[in-house]
Ligand binder design. Sequence first.
Ligand code: HEC
Ligand code: HEC
Length: 196
Amino acid sequence: MRRAGVLLAAALLAWASAAPRPAAAQDIEAGRAKAQACAACHGADGNAVSADFPSLAGQTWRYLYVQLRDFKEGRRSNPLMSPMAAALSRDDMINIANFYAAQPLKPAAFAVDEAKARLGKAKADETLCTMCHLGGLLGQNEIPRLAGQNYSYLVAQLQAFKARTRTNDAGTMTSVAQTLSADDIDNLGHYLAGLR
Ligand code: HEC
Ligand code: HEC
């Protein structure tokens, strides 16, 4: 009996420290209020107002949280975004990340060049993007959803990984990006932006 209690306590402790926090309704509601400061660029519901900004709707909460932490701690930097993250506490980040993760992504209208998208898909298959980003490029945990993300933003990030101006990826994306030419990046942008 006593042993079972100890085991249960140990299991709960392991769960509390290792498991991702489930999206709680109160996180989402608190996040909705705090995310008003972000609407000018990312849209009120996380669907960005311009293709230069990433949409956050439908992104994995864990990835959003990690990026906010990285901006705040200087591992990722951008003149528009870094000051926004600097003001957020850990709880703010968890609330906001859960709010955006729960919003439906409404991909922006983008004129996909079908020939480029086909080449982009071939490159994605060859490079095994889905090994990490999952089937349909829908993302998981700390690996972002790419499907339906804005073309200009996707291209800028792949270029930044390739040039090593974005380095908060523990080496995964900076090494993948070295294998991509400028044409590959353009083709991948057409393919990914067109996915639903
Ligand atoms: C003035 C415009 C602006 C505002 C306001 C803004 N952001 Fe951003 N945000 C950006 C830009 C630009 C980027 C892309 C930065 C880059 O290229 O690295 C970005 C990136 C992000 C990312 C990373 C997304 C990804 O796919 O990697 C997150 C998360 C984020 N912003 C959250 C927020 C939150 C939360 C707020 C409000 C507290 C906010 N942003 C306010 C401009 C803005
Ligand atoms: C070995 C695992 C792995 C592979 C393979 C991989 N990625 Fe990634 N990718 C990641 C991780 C992890 C991140 C998040 C990095 C971070 O936290 O900054 C990421 C981030 C990205 C981002 C940034 C998205 C955003 O919202 O800012 C893009 C774009 C991207 N990957 C595209 C690709 C493409 C295209 C391929 C195939 C050509 C690919 N990735 C292959 C692991 C991988």
